[in-house]
Design a protein around this ligand. Sequence first.
Ligand SMILES: COC(=O)N1C[C@@H]2C[C@@H]3O[C@]2(Cc2nccnc23)C1
Length: 130
Amino acid sequence: ISQEENTLRELRIFLRDICAKLARNKQFFMFTKPVDIEEVPDYLEIIKEPMDLETVMSKIDKHCYICARDFLDDIDLIVRNALEYNPDKSAEDKHIRHRACSLRDKAYAFIKAEMDSDFEDTCRDIRDKR
Ligand SMILES: COC(=O)N1C[C@@H]2C[C@@H]3O[C@]2(Cc2nccnc23)C1
């Protein structure tokens, strides 16, 4: 198996571990599954590209992410959607926006703490030549 495939396999193992840690954090339960359209009928009128941690995990397994940046782009999408759909001054909206910002900070901190920057550079080179 090629050196590139070895690198991408290691990336997937690494991203599954981070995604699992985010998903088991009780603070982030509202981000673990797609927003229920039955419960929130106007959600898709406002949010054009829903995203959640379960979907991110399945995208890892489908080899959708070639570098950590691609993974963080979907985490940022989860955050952006939450900020856009819950913009009000109400306590509920403030709470979910605070949790969304915390999700982003935790995800970036896990990547920075556990990912070698040379490894990410190698992944970027693979992505950029594909
Ligand atoms: C990432 O999660 C969200 O953006 N939301 C927005 C929805 C509005 C509110 O909270 C959500 C689910 C929900 N269900 C029933 C009634 N009200 C709500 C979760």
